[in-house]
Design a protein around this ligand. Structure first.
Ligand code: TRP
Ligand code: MN
Length: 449
């Protein structure tokens, strides 16, 4: 267990990106309430994920981490969660079938609410109002009143996470995710796209393979893993008081787990080694991630590995690079080398979204599908050159037919962005673009780019 650590030891460290809660007593009440609630995930589940991620680090498995930039309190329904899950399952099938390695499925889901912001305040007219920090903190409306942080939202985020997880568990264990239902995951608007048609063919091949296996005596009864799937949850551990309230000691091992999600990551803006976020996460036994942006040096990277994974436990640390399509290949190579030379067993994952965001002429935040693919290409090339394993992708997507990212087989244009731009934060790939991305990723990794 981490030395000199306790669930609240982060409070003695400088902290960034926290809201200015107007009423401390109210905040305290909300946190006490959450601390008295049941954990959302369990230590044993986090350990299973870590075992899978150790296989990613060893080059024997792939990580698919996907979901919203920010979950929304308004856009919360069974349909919405099911459609997101469908796309994730489709992508996982494509990756598993094309690459022939197990795929660990991790959602940005059931807790991905809090957002870091570049400025504390935003200028609206002649007024400075507090920035929107995600529905767990305030509302996005452009008025001073909407932006006042409300601790009640922490409690609501807990409840929405619990309900989301409940649905995820039902869908993944209750038949919806069974492999003999691969066809049913292809929604109409996805099925009519080139990637959707390609998926239909792949689903037919899987059907044939399953029939063959059944004929030879291997069916869902003898092989329960064909009928269910493990989908884990993850989010950026940003609001440390919320994370602390859900941190519990595991009765079987005595280790501390942050039971708000299976995996937590440290954001690019809060990864200071002497800061509160690193202090908190070094002490919880969950698998953790750390975003790696273009300014990260090899020395900093190794210092991070030492800080959060001094025992060098495989699967404990996933490094999620996000540099931009133009910088990734050259920027990543020295870091891959540094981790390898230092013998740190890290899993490498590519976030091709955050380094490729820009504002369209119409004023919408967007990303171009080809830039997203371009970053994955550079990521794979860097790994090939260094002899390391391009272990996964981390993407922002939704199952809905939104128009937030441009490009893709539909060749969405700037002018299309206004049709269905619904994200409360960054632009997400729609269902068609997500499936296309899975095919392109599998090809890149198979061919060695
Ligand atoms: N459980 C296996 C796995 O996760 C097989 C499986 C069942 C599966 N349903 C799935 C794989 C849906 C991908 C998508 O690999
Ligand atoms: Mn984002």
């Amino acid at each position: 267990m981490a030395k000199d650590w306790s669930p609240d030891s982060w409070r003695a460290f400088p902290i960034k990106q926290q809201p200015h809660w107007p009423d401390e007593a109210e905040l305290d009440r909300a946190l006490k309430q959450i601390a008295s609630y049941p954990p959302l995930v369990f230590a044993g589940e986090a350990r299973s994920l870590q075992t899978g991620l150790a296989q990613v680090a060893a080059g024997n498995a792939f990580l698919l981490q996907a979901g919203d930039c920010a979950e929304s309190f308004e856009d919360f329904s069974a349909d919405n969660i099911r459609e997101k899950l469908r796309v994730i399952l489709q992508m996982a099938v494509v990756l598993t079938y094309s690459m022939g390695v197990p795929v660990m499925k991790v959602g940005r889901l059931a807790g991905q609410f809090a957002k870091p912001r570049s400025a504390d305040f935003e200028r609206i007219g002649d007024e400075d109002i507090q920035s929107f920090r995600g529905h767990i903190v305030n509302a996005e409306g452009a008025t001073a009143a909407a932006r006042v942080p409300s601790p009640e939202r922490l409690v609501q985020a807990y409840h929405q996470s619990a309900a989301t997880l409940n649905l995820v568990r039902a869908f993944t264990k209750g038949g919806f995710a069974a492999l003999d239902r691969v066809h049913a995951w292809n929604q109409a608007f996805v099925a009519s796209s080139p990637a959707g048609q390609r998926y239909e063919q792949l689903a037919q091949e899987i059907d044939r393979a399953l029939r063959f296996m059944r004929a030879t005596g291997m069916d869902t009864e003898s092989n329960p893993s064909l009928g269910t799937v493990d989908v884990y949850t993850s989010h950026e551990a940003l609001l440390l008081s919320y994370e602390q309230a859900l941190t519990r000691q595991d009765s079987t091992t005595g280790a501390w787990y942050d039971c708000s999600a299976h995996m937590l990551w440290i954001g690019e803006r809060t990864r200071e080694l002497d800061g509160a976020h690193v202090e908190f996460l070094r002490g919880v036994a969950n698998p953790i991630g750390c975003k790696v942006g273009p300014t990260m040096t090899g020395e900093e990277l190794i210092a991070m590995c030492e800080a959060v994974n001094p025992a060098r436990i495989p699967g404990r640390l996933t490094l999620i690079s996000r540099m931009g399509a133009d910088r990734i290949e050259d920027g990543l190579r020295p870091l891959l080398r540094a981790a390898k030379d230092a013998d740190h067993p890290v899993a490498w994952c590519c976030d091709p979204m955050h380094g490729n965001t820009y504002t369209s002429p119409g004023g919408r935040k967007t990303r171009h599908f080809e830039a997203v693919i371009g970053e994955i290409e550079g990521f794979v090339r860097a790994h090939r050159a260094e002899g390391t394993w391009p272990g996964g992708i981390h993407v922002e997507l939704t199952g809905e037919d939104v128009t937030e990212c441009i490009g893709g087989a539909d060749d969405l244009q700037d002018a299309d962005l206004d049709h269905r731009y619904e994200t409360v934060c960054d632009p997400r790939l729609n269902g068609r673009q997500s499936l296309e991305l899975a095919f392109r990723t599998a090809e890149l990794i198979r061919s060695g780019s």
